[in-house]
Write a protein that binds this ligand. Structure first.
Ligand code: SF4
Length: 315
């Protein structure tokens, strides 16, 4: 049963001056209740744009985002509010989204109070519970955001998101700005919350290593298109697409693959003027004439495993 689905079946675009950048192009992504989907690609590949569309922050210029099977744009006021509360976004830089003039207790307590999720007299105890759940000492709740470390600020952002009782978290590079040891703590927190609250995640990262232990399914994007999609196990053990293989070679601890494949060469082209045919062809070591002319479509290469590469048709 699909709980949250983003069906972006046709070309989606955002306007930049006179040009149209197809930040997300022909993506059809379904996320099932309770699932953790890792969305991976280099910066500029459209993954954050897709995340914002799925979270309802940015409407697609074409296509639709479905929530519990219904187009977000067709929801009534009360339904739209519920969809908004149930889907929360966690950003890379929580400091930028935390009001520096508010104490933590107000940052975490404001939305549940405004939306009537708790009575006025219960807010303080409610905030304490959310802070504890996010791994913060409630005794610190009268402090301001600048009095916390980066990892603690991310926990404040998580507590604020949890306070409106979401069932779906879209995490956009949520650990990218943190030291490696703190990254591991926050990733463990996400997994603990998944177990405790039955949460669904779209976990966006440029680093396959970050989503490795977290995801049930992994979706790889390149210049606005999905190039491979499979279970995490299949992506890490039996990657099909040359781009996925190159990304895996850049994960330092996956030693076998590092020896077997070269990393991604060169810079990602501008989305303003993407290469024709297969967008990846200028950087692909296996490119041949057809790759420059024809866009490869996503095809099933094994049950539940799809990849967009002409090599799969040649064999
Ligand atoms: Fe490389 Fe061609 Fe496959 Fe694109 S379609 S990934 S260029 S081999």
């Amino acid at each position: 049963r699909l709980d949250v689905a983003a069906k972006l079946a046709r070309r989606l675009g955002v306007r930049v001056r006179q040009d149209v950048v197809h930040a997300v192009d022909g993506v059809d992504l379904a996320i099932r209740r309770g699932e953790v989907v890792g969305l991976v690609g280099e910066s500029g590949c459209g993954k954050s744009t897709l995340g914002r569309m799925v979270a309802g922050i940015m409407p697609p210029s074409d296509g639709a985002v479905l929530w519990r099977g219904r187009d977000l744009r067709s929801l009534s006021g009360a339904e739209a509010r519920e969809a908004k509360l149930r889907t929360q976004m966690i950003f890379q830089d929580p400091y930028a989204s935390l009001n520096p003039r508010l104490r933590v207790q107000d940052i975490v307590g404001e939305a549940p109070r405004v939306h009537g999720l708790v009575g006025r007299g219960e807010v303080e105890g409610y905030v304490d519970g959310q802070l504890r759940r996010a791994g913060l000492d409630p005794a610190l709740k009268r402090r301001y955001p600048h009095q916390f470390s980066g990892g603690q600020r991310q926990r404040i952002g998580i507590a604020r998101a949890l306070a409106v009782q979401p069932d779906f978290l879209v995490c956009d590079e949520a650990v990218a700005a943190l030291d490696v040891s703190i990254q591991a703590q926050i990733l463990n927190l996400f997994m603990k919350l998944r177990r405790e609250l039955d949460l669904t995640y779209l976990f966006i990262s440029h680093d396959l290593g970050v989503v490795e232990h977290l995801s049930d399914r992994v979706v790889i994007m390149y210049l606005g298109r999905v190039v491979e999609e499979a279970s995490a196990e299949a992506v890490f053990r039996r990657p099909n697409h040359p781009y996925t293989r190159a990304l895996l070679a850049e994960v330092p601890r996956i030693e076998v693959r590092k020896r077997a494949f070269a990393g991604v060469k060169g810079e990602i082209p501008s989305p303003l003027n993407p290469p024709g045919g297969c967008h990846f062809h200028p950087r692909c070591p296996h490119a041949f004439a057809r790759c420059r002319l024809e866009r490869p479509v996503l095809r099933e290469v094994a049950p539940g495993h799809r990849s967009a590469c002409h090599l799969n048709e040649a064999t």
